[in-house]
Ligand binder design. Structure first.
Ligand SMILES: NC(=O)c1ccc[n+]([C@@H]2O[C@H](COP(=O)([O-])OP(=O)(O)OC[C@H]3O[C@@H](n4cnc5c(N)ncnc54)[C@H](O)[C@@H]3O)[C@@H](O)[C@H]2O)c1
Ligand SMILES: [Zn+2]
Ligand SMILES: [Zn+2]
Length: 367
C-alpha cells in the first residue's frame, strides 16, 4: 500500500508498505481522509525529536477494517475519528480524565509498518498518511456514518486542539475578550469555540491577508494584520481600560485571553502585552524544544496574569469528540467549511505548498 514517509532528510510517497496484524487491543483503520496540520510540516522539516523513517500524518478519519480479539468499542465497518492519544487508561491522569498528561501518550514509538523488509515507525502514534494504519482501540472514536470523512478527519487534531483550548484549558466564559494569533487550521477552531462560548470581542491576528475572510466567517469580530508594528496598541484599543485611556496602570485594558497558535517569540510577547489584568496567554503553537520566549515579570505578578501551554486541547477524546460531532450536527460549529481543498494522496505536495502559503484553512488528503 501507499504512504508518505519522512526518512530524516526528505519526504516521499512510497508504494509497497506493509502493515502488521492487529494485536488483541489494536485496530486496523482504512484511512478515508487525513488533514495536513502544521505539525506534519514541522516533523518533515526535522523540528521534532521523534524517530524516522516514519509514516507521516496524525489527523484522520476512516473506516474500521479489522479489530483484535479483545476490542469491544468498535467493529469492522464503523466510521471513526482517530485520536493521537494512546492513553493507558489506568494512571492517575487517565483516572482524572486528563489523558493528555498520561505518560504513555508521548514517546510511545513503534514500527507497525515495513517497507522492503525495513521497519518503519509510526508518527504521533497515528500515521494518517497511508491507506491503512494500526492504532490502539482507545484511539478510535466511533462517529455517525453521515459525517463526511473529509470533515471528520480534522477533528483528529486541528479541531480538538483549537476548540479544546477554549472549552477545557481556558474554560472561557460569556463576555470575556479574546485574541487569537495565527488563524490556520487550529486558530480558526479557537475562534469558533470562542463564538460558542459567547466571548466578545473575538480578535483574530494573522500575517496572511487571505485569513481575514475565513476568520470573520469562523467567529472573529475583528481582524488585524499581524505584520503591523502597532499590533499591541491596536488590540488594546478594541477594549480600552477606560473612557479616558486605552491602557491603564499595569497595562490594564485589552484581552482576558490570548491564544498563541504560532509560537514565535515576538508573537508570544505581543500576546502577553495584549492582556488585561487577570488575563492569560494559552500557548498552542509548537516551537523547537530549545526555543525561548521572553516577557516582563511586572506583567504577571501584580495583577494575576498567567502563561500556560495546551496540548491537544487538553481533551478527553471519548467525551469531547462526540460533543464536537454533536455541535456540528446541530449547526453550531462548521467543519465542512474548514476543508479548503482535497487532494488525492499522489498530489500531497500541492497540499504542502498550500499550507505553507498560509492561504488555506485545511488541505485534506484522500485515499
Ligand atoms: N499544542 C498542540 O497540541 C498542537 C496541535 C496541533 C498543532 N499545533 C501547532 O499549532 C500551530 C498552528 O498549527 P496550524 O495547523 O493551525 O498551522 P497553520 O499553518 O494552518 O496556521 C498558522 C497560521 O499562523 C499564521 N502566522 C504565521 N506567523 C504569524 C505571525 N507572526 N503572526 C500572526 N500569524 C502568523 C499563518 O499565516 C497561518 O495562518 C503550529 O505550530 C502547530 O505545530 C499544536
Ligand atoms: Zn494513563
Ligand atoms: Zn496536529
Amino acid at each position: 500500500m501507499r504512504g508518505i514517509v519522512y526518512d530524516g532528510e526528505s519526504t516521499r510517497l512510497v508504494d509497497g508498505l506493509e502493515l502488521a496484524d492487529p494485536g488483541p487491543r489494536q485496530v486496523v483503520v482504512a484511512i478515508g481522509a487525513a488533514g495536513l496540520c502544521h505539525s506534519d510540516l514541522s516533523y518533515m522539516h526535522g523540528l521534532y525529536p521523534v524517530p524516522h523513517p516514519a509514516v507521516c500524518g496524525h489527523e484522520a478519519a476512516g473506516v474500521v477494517e479489522r479489530v483484535g480479539e479483545a476490542v469491544t468499542n468498535v467493529k469492522p465497518g464503523d466510521h471513526v475519528v482517530v485520536t493521537t492519544l494512546a492513553s493507558c487508561g489506568v494512571c492517575e491522569f487517565c483516572a482524572d480524565g486528563l489523558p493528555t498528561l498520561c505518560r504513555s501518550t508521548l514517546a510511545n514509538w513503534s514500527k507497525p509498518f515495513t517497507l522492503d523488509g525495513e521497519g518503519i515507525f509510526n508518527f504521533a502514534a497515528t500515521s494518517a498518511f497511508a491507506e491503512r494504519t494500526l492504532v490502539r482501540d482507545v484511539q478510535c472514536v466511533a462517529i455517525p456514518d453521515d459525517v463526511p470523512l473529509t470533515s471528520a478527519a480534522l477533528i483528529g487534531c486541528g479541531v480538538v486542539t483549537g476548540m479544546g483550548a477554549v472549552f477545557n484549558r481556558a474554560n472561557v466564559t460569556r463576555g470575556q475578550a479574546a485574541v487569537v494569533f495565527g488563524v490556520g487550521g487550529v486558530g480558526l477552531n479557537v475562534l469558533q469555540a470562542l463564538r460558542v462560548r459567547g466571548a466578545d470581542p473575538i480578535v483574530a491576528v494573522d500575517t496572511a491577508p487571505a485569513k481575514e475572510e475565513l476568520a470573520m466567517r469562523f467567529g472573529a469580530t475583528h481582524f488585524l494584520d499581524g505584520t503591523r508594528d502597532d499590533i499591541v496598541e491596536a488590540i488594546g484599543a478594541i477594549r480600552p481600560a477606560s473612557d479616558k485611556a486605552v491602557r491603564g496602570a499595569f497595562n490594564a485594558g485589552g484581552m482576558d485571553w490570548a491564544f498563541d497558535c504560532v509560537a514565535h517569540p515576538q508573537v508570544t510577547w505581543n500576546a502577553l502585552e495584549s492582556l488585561d489584568w487577570g488575563g492569560s496567554v494559552v500557548i498552542i503553537g509548537v516551537a523547537a524544544q530549545d526555543a525561548e520566549f521572553r516577557g516582563l515579570y511586572g506583567r504577571l505578578t501584580q495583577v494575576d496574569r498567567a502563561v500556560m501551554g495546551c496540548r491537544y486541547g487538553t481533551i478527553s477524546p471519548h467525551r469531547d469528540i462526540p460533543q464536537i460531532v454533536d455541535l456540528y450536527r446541530k449547526g453550531l460549529i462548521d467543519l465542512d467549511g474548514l476543508v479548503s481543498s482535497t487532494h488525492a494522496v499522489d498530489d500531497w505536495e500541492t497540499a504542502v505548498a498550500e499550507l505553507e502559503s498560509g492561504a488555506v484553512a485545511r488541505g485534506v488528503l484522500t485515499f
